[in-house]
Design a binder for this molecule. Structure first.
Ligand SMILES: [Mg+2]
Length: 175
């Protein structure tokens, strides 16, 4: 049986892909609002009068980048395959147990972290260590779900959106 192939370029538009990314994240229990709250937590100490609207907007801009979209699709697809028991060993067990020495989840997240400069790396380290908000929630569902890639993807998106705000603030682009 062959899998139905989408028509060429059916998914080519990055704005349509952004909507799909948001839908995939929501399917895994993460909303734009959840990620915007992480951005607010990271940046509120540094940007005077930072608003949640600015944080949300920054997350949306990050999700328009194709390399971000591709990382989200790939990571979530692997989490879901692992959850359904459709991956072969030894990968299946490593992903189910969120093996600390697996490491490819962090490597994939790094492709998102630096799109707005290396300050994203610091932000990611903080989010990965402290696990505030939705990152902690996603991480605590380890027993029922496989979220091995998801927690790093969410931290990376929030880190990139935070860096974007920091650069825009320095450039006087935030009102
Ligand atoms: Mg992980």
């Amino acid at each position: 049986m062959s899998v139905a192939q989408p028509k060429e370029n059916q998914y080519a538009g990055s704005l349509l892909l952004k909507q799909l990314v948001i839908a995939w994240l929501e399917r895994r229990g993460v909303t734009l609002e959840d990620i915007a709250r992480l951005v607010y937590e990271v940046q509120q100490k540094y940007i005077r009068n930072l608003t949640m609207a600015a944080c949300r907007e920054s997350v949306e801009r990050v999700l328009e980048k194709r390399e971000v979209q591709n990382a989200v699709f790939t990571g979530i697809a692997i989490d879901e395959l692992a959850e359904k028991g459709q991956l072969a060993e030894p990968l299946a067990t490593m992903l189910r147990n969120d093996d600390g020495l697996y490491g490819i989840d962090e490597v994939m997240a790094l492709s998102i972290v630096n799109i707005y400069g290396s300050i994203g790396f610091t932000n990611f380290g903080y989010l990965d260590k402290v696990k505030p908000g939705i990152i902690g929630v996603v991480n605590s569902k380890k027993n029922e779900k496989v979220n091995t890639f998801l927690d790093d993807l969410v931290a990376a998106i929030a880190a990139a959106a935070s860096s974007r705000l920091a650069h825009r603030d320095r450039d006087g682009l935030l009102k």
